[in-house]
Design a protein around this ligand. Sequence first.
Ligand code: HEM
Length: 398
Amino acid sequence: MTQAVDTFPQPRDKKCPFDPASLYNEVRRSGPRQVVNSVTGEPAWLVAGYDDARTLLVDKRLSSDIRRPGFPTFSPGIQNLVGGTFIFLDPPDHDRIRRTIAPEFTPRRVAARRPLVDAIVDELIDDLEANGSPADLVSGLSLHVPTRVIGEILGVPRADHPMIQELLMVAFRLESTVEETREATAKFVEYINGLMEAKAKAPADDLMSRLMTGPVVEGAVTLDEARDAARLLVTGGFDTTGNSIALGVLVLLERPDQLAALRADASLMPACVDEVLRYSSITQGGRRRAALEDIEVGDVTIRAGEGVIIAQDAANRDPDAFEGPDEFDIRRTPNPHLTFGLGVHACIGRSLAILEMEVTFTKLFDRLPNLRLATPLSELRWKTDSHTYGVYEAPIEW
Ligand code: HEM
């Protein structure tokens, strides 16, 4: 067996905050390599090449079931937070639960929510302007766009958002102690369960109510499965997109020529959003799987029962798949990045995340034409210690 030679995850280099850790370049060239999860001490195969990543993401011999032997756990926090949810189940249970939610997030249903997203982004930029320059991009805008949007869709009262943001931050931070994450998760579970119970008693026009009055009553999903799904949607909706919005604004501010081109031609926006997603690749914890059978990948054999970590951020910079992979190019098409995953677990919130990013970039750069960073990139605090990459604060002025 190949010896475990490195650890995962590797922190990004602060001097190149948008680039994946350079160790992954090496693994991309050499093929899958055994590494040790630095949080849990468990071994797993790290896959960093684009073709291998694409192939393995749709390989049914790999399981997403977190209870399987060899499954490379993230951190105790994430394990507790979303461990039982459908992102960590295999078909047929995964498919049955996903089917009850997926219709809410089709491109058509999401497009119909544009007025909601417009209103939320406008309101946040109104507040930014009212409070005046300088401001923090994260706590003033990027954190709240997805939180408010998914909050409206699910029916999570706005007054509770700061509490949820805090709990999720603790749970996602790799360095949180087991006790801290256990406490944060327990509070979050209790909160969601209480909210779902209230929705069942007094349904409103929101997704949590629809879950309780539809699939749960009809027996398509159990009460626990519905609660788990709601928790997963809050988690997915709250944490990820805000990071992508913040990183996108920073990347564009750092490249005035590309920002000018985007401002001059709105039709570049969809390609720009995809490029932000590829280039900044926030899911630095990778996709985790356990092998159900022996699988040959290049020169190595991943044995049944061994763990696999597919590093999408590294795959998104593979020179065999992307020309000039380390260049940020808002005109890049096609752009088959793996940031939203692939296969049965491909992100349910993809269209929503893209809409939120498009609306935020459009309105922000339009309404604040003199927007600039108030602190050099090198002085920002990056989320190298979290399952999802991003930035903790980013002072801006205009
Ligand atoms: C830029 C923002 C986002 C990124 C980068 C992202 C990324 C991902 C990725 C990589 C997966 C696949 C997981 C796997 O293969 O194991 C996934 C799944 C998922 N995402 Fe997202 N996501 C984003 C936004 C959202 C939003 C806004 C929501 C809320 C609606 C959401 C909800 C979900 C759910 C429920 C799953 C599980 C799907 C399944 O297992 O069938 N995500 N996401």
